[in-house]
Design a protein. Structure first.
Length: 107
C-alpha cells in the first residue's frame, strides 16, 4: 500500500511540474466567474454553484466596481475583466506564477 501511495505521489508531482495544466484552474475560474457575474448577470450564489469543479483547485474574489475577478490556485494568480465593449465578454488579462501568494489567499 505504501508503494502505491508513493507511486501516485510521484506521478502527481511529475504531472503538475511537467505541463501547463497548473495554470488552468485559476485562469479558467477567473474567466468563468467573470462571465457568469458580469456577462450573464447572475448572482454570486448561482455562479458558485455552476463552477464547483473549477473551485476545487482555486479560490476567487470578485471586484464588482471594476467588473473583474481574481482567482488564485496551484501557485498561479489569474485576472479576468469585462471588456469595455460587452459584446466581447470577459478577457483573461494575466496569468502569473505566484507561489509566495498561495498561502495568503484564504476564502
Amino acid at each position: 500500500m505504501k508503494n502505491l501511495s508513493l507511486i501516485i505521489a510521484m506521478a502527481s508531482l511529475v504531472f503538475f511540474n511537467s505541463c501547463k495544466y497548473t495554470e488552468a484552474p485559476s485562469a479558467g475560474l477567473a474567466k468563468e466567474m467573470c462571465s457568469c457575474l458580469y456577462i450573464s448577470e447572475q448572482t454570486e450564489e448561482y455562479c458558485k454553484m455552476v463552477t464547483k469543479e473549477s473551485r476545487i483547485l482555486a479560490k476567487w474574489e470578485a471586484f464588482p466596481e471594476e467588473q473583474k475577478v481574481i482567482a488564485k490556485g496551484v501557485n498561479f494568480t489569474s485576472m479576468a475583466k469585462m471588456d469595455e465593449d460587452p459584446r466581447y465578454g470577459c478577457t483573461l488579462l494575466s496569468v502569473e506564477h505566484a507561489p509566495e501568494n498561495a498561502k495568503e489567499f484564504n476564502l
